[in-house]
Design a protein around this ligand. Structure first.
Ligand code: AMP
Length: 538
């Protein structure tokens, strides 16, 4: 027997309708690419998104068409995003930090029809345009006054293009499982793969992120999503924030410490989300200028392991709660968050920091488990590490136009991460499965060594890779980028690590380099480092 409740499809534009009707006065503030701050409210956002949908319809765009964006977090990007999805088309966010060849591959693989681009990326688009046969129009996210000279064929300023459409438009109606958005993973091997989100998965995932034990967004918050919309949906914030009726502060292209601090201060931001490198920039700016963070209450830090020093400084010095999170593009992306719970509230000092360094526990709608190489489930004892598998309504079941199944028996998705889970459900990532260091039959966590090393005075960045060893199979090599002006030595670093990590984890050697290679989403490219240190011998 079926229940007798309404069949109310979970469509992302209903989020915007809700925000405009019930929180219409709440502001959307943008640091524009042209320079000045722009402000309007959720009512305006909805009207302009409807106009985008209508203008796209006038272009002949319909359900299932892929429309690409290459843009920073701005009001115009959000309008474009909701306009595309509200028409039933698919919003394909492109990461401008990818190599040109990868962008060409992705755009052609997705067969994008129109490309919305920020002024910043016009030169990049011009450089690859000749290789993009499916793109018939370039819409530059600016007005006529700021429209650049461009060689892009059929280019138009967004505001001029939008003038051709009023808001007399009804959102399209379709099944909640209809595709809404596409984001390619910037994997370190092979071609990028398309993760295709549905309206239903996005709405559910946005609601999930508003749970108090995730980011807990509510209507009195001012939220600053620093993590870009092209990096896995700005970690769901572009859905979660309007759902809650919080105000949305968009940083545009300003990712440096000074620009971020300015927004935190003038817009009284209460919560924010970004990868560790952004927070490093902010902390440095605060220290250099002797500044405080009176409004900021909590920050979500993820995408890479959050270093101990960052948690300690933000929490103890600035009174900002750090919520360490883990996830991946294939998970929409949030998988776990490390909020305290009743049974951990009493923790203090070292015990507390150890818990905070873990990537956290799953909210409702994400299931996870760890298994050995043969797929047998491993105990939740906080020690035994294994392959981390996940499932849930906002986890991928396949890649776009890719015939290989990606699910294991029982519908589990292998995250590619190695982790342990404790009795209370807190998970800790120890490595990517391709990066684990096998020493004397046991695994050494490169992430833990890196994070500890970062706390040593004079180290700007650290990476650990395994190097072949005749007796132990592999031993860890610590690769370090020194802070400018620092002369920290191998012996000083090893002495610093002594007592902070297991004795047999202490790196065999330390090498100094000028720069550590990163992926387009800011992760250390261990493969490149392994190539670079290919012939290395201890
Ligand atoms: P992406 O799909 O680009 O967001 O990358 C997802 C991957 O980033 C995960 O599978 C992890 O390897 C890594 N990652 C994300 N968050 C964390 C974290 N808090 N600690 C360690 N690794 C993380």
């Amino acid at each position: 027997m079926l229940g007798l409740m309404q069949d109310y499809p979970l469509l992302v534009h209903t989020v915007l309708d809700h925000a405009a009707l019930n929180h219409g006065e709440r502001e959307m503030v943008t640091r524009s690419i042209e320079g000045p701050m722009r402000r309007y409210n959720y009512r305006d956002l909805r009207v302009r998104s409807l106009r985008v949908a209508k203008a796209l319809q006038l272009e002949g765009v319909g359900i299932g068409d892929r429309i690409a964006t290459m843009a920073w977090n701005t009001d115009r990007h959000v309008e474009t995003w909701y306009g595309i999805m509200g028409l039933g088309a698919i919003c394909h966010t492109l990461n401008p930090r990818l190599f040109a060849e990868q962008l060409i591959y992705i755009i052609n693989h997705a067969e994008d029809r129109i490309l919305f681009i920020d002024l910043t990326f016009v030169p990049l688009a011009e450089a690859i345009a000749a290789h993009l046969p499916t793109i018939t129009k370039y819409i530059i996210l600016t007005d006529d006054e700021h429209m650049p000279e461009t060689s892009l064929a059929n280019a138009v300023a967004f505001e001029t293009w939008l003038d051709g459409a009023d808001a007399d438009f009804s959102w399209a109606s379709f099944d909640e499982n209809t595709a809404a958005a596409l984001c390619y993973t910037s994997g370190t091997t092979g071609n990028p793969k398309g993760v295709l989100y549905s309206h239903r998965s996005n709405v559910l995932h946005g609601l999930m992120c508003n749970q108090p034990d995730v980011l807990g967004v509510n209507s009195s918050d001012n939220i600053l999503p620093i993590v870009p919309m092209f990096h896995a949906n700005a970690w769901a914030l572009t859905y979660a924030v309007p759902t809650a009726g919080a105000s949305l502060i968009m940083p545009g292209a300003g990712m440096d410490g000074r620009s971020i601090y300015e927004l935190l201060d003038t817009e009284k931001v209460s919560a924010s989300a970004a990868v560790p490198t952004v927070w490093l920039g902010l902390l440095q700016h605060l220290k250099e200028n002797d500044l405080e963070l009176p409004w900021l209450k909590r920050v979500l830090i993820g995408g890479a392991a959050c270093p101990r020093m960052m948690i300690e400084t933000l929490e103890n010095k600035y009174d900002v709660e750090v919520i360490h999170g883990w996830g991946m593009t294939e998970m929409s992306p949030v998988g776990t968050t490390g909020k305290m719970k009743n049974s951990t509230m009493h923790l203090k000092g070292e015990e507390l920091i150890k818990l905070k360094l873990k990537q956290g526990r799953t909210p409702y709608m994400v299931e996870m488990k760890i298994v050995d190489d043969d797929g047998n489930e491993l105990p939740r004892d906080g020690k035994t590490a294994g392959h981390l598998l996940v499932r849930g309504p906002a986890v991928s079941s396949a890649y776009y136009n890719h015939d290989k199944s990606i699910l294991l028996e029982g519908g589990w998705f292998d995250s590619g991460d190695i982790a342990h889970i404790d009795e209370l459900g807190y998970m800790q990532i120890t490595d990517r499965d391709k990066d684990v260091i096998k020493s004397g039959g046991e695994w050494i966590s490169s992430i833990e060594i890196e994070n500890t090393a970062i706390g040593c005075e004079g180290i700007a960045e650290a990476a650990v890779i395994g190097i072949a060893h005749p007796k132990w199979t592999e031993r860890p090599l610590l690769i370090v980028v020194r802070e400018t002006g620092s002369e920290v030595s191998e012996n000083e670093i090893l002495a610093y690590l002594d007592g902070k990590i297991a004795k047999w984890w202490i790196p065999e050697a330390v090498e100094f380099i000028d720069e550590i290679p990163h992926t387009a989403t800011g992760k250390i490219q261990k493969m490149k480092l392994r190539e670079q240190f290919g012939g290395y011998r201890f």
